[in-house]
Design a protein around this ligand. Sequence first.
Ligand code: NAD
Length: 349
Amino acid sequence: MEKITVNASRTYDILIGSGLLKDCGKYIREVSSAKKAAVVTDDNVDRLYSEKAVKSLESEGFTVVKFVFPHGEHSKSHETLLNLYEFLAENDITRTDLLIALGGGVVGDLTGFAAASFLRGVEFVQIPTSLLAQVDSSVGGKTAVNIRAGKNLVGAFNQPILVIADTDTLDTLTEEFFADGMGEVVKYGMIRSEKLFDLLMKGNAKTNIAEIIKQCVEIKRDVVQHDEHDTGERMILNFGHTLGHAIEKYYNYEGITHGNGVAIGMAVISGIAEKKGLVAKGVTEKLISCLKANGLPYQTEIPKEKLFELSLNDKKRASSKIRIVLCPEIGKWEIKTLTIDEYKDFLTK
Ligand SMILES: NC(=O)c1ccc[n+]([C@@H]2O[C@H](COP(=O)([O-])OP(=O)(O)OC[C@H]3O[C@@H](n4cnc5c(N)ncnc54)[C@H](O)[C@@H]3O)[C@@H](O)[C@H]2O)c1
């Protein structure tokens, strides 16, 4: 088992390894004296993993209650959140009890926000079960729900007291969701680690997954420790996301996953920047090889003008300027601030 410690507004450990779920109660008991634990999960994950988690929690003396909601992004809503608050109240969850997010990023974001707001704050543990949640969303304390106006618009920074990433849970993930997480994994290599990138070039991520997750988590931990509240450097985690979100929006968030959008977004922005001499020669070709090796797409037929328009609504746009992340070399990042006109020229000329 690997243990990575995060020193943010709260200090907590991230445990990564095989077979951790069956002992989750023991690890949680080491950091919590709560009497009750409310396990929050979606229907897919509930079917696969709740029993194991609940058994382990009960064996450590936790009284367990369980809230299950339908899987999918549409559940990251105020409706689910309100139902969860009512459930917690009906089950007499107090401020000294504990919430446990068992699932992917949707479960983690929703539970983390409920934990930040219910009774003005209850501690919570993340047990991420998707690759995206293990390398990204369970680390760093961003929690949120969606509203009609957009994704993640209501949320809080709220660090968990522990993260337990059991890599065995990834065995049941669909290929689509595995590849989705790999988009973010390649991003970590691009922005911060040539060593990770080289490992990913081999294209057999599943055989090295614990090591890959560890390296991603260490990178995210370092970035979060420098900029927990996302006022500067944390933005580098958005490499490929400005165009990625535009591509997702173009397809109305259907038929393209977030990780695929990010993969294309990284390749397109890198290709444009390389032509303009802002990225070293050959970086984009290597990036594309790495994306291909991991079953990810790298090109789009969407016209550049359309990508420009769609990315302008992106929340990374600050007033009349837009900040974009480039990787001048593999493992190195740079943030460029452009006026909207400069950004249009950058993308389309
Ligand atoms: N908080 C952050 O910093 C942060 C960062 C990135 C993404 N996010 C958020 O994360 C969410 C996406 O996360 P996600 O991709 O994990 O989505 P998700 O939670 O919807 O999980 C994806 C699918 O996989 C299923 N699943 C999860 N674990 C499984 C397992 N072990 N076996 C079989 N099926 C499993 C789920 O039921 C779901 O159908 C988005 O809402 C996004 O905004 C948050």
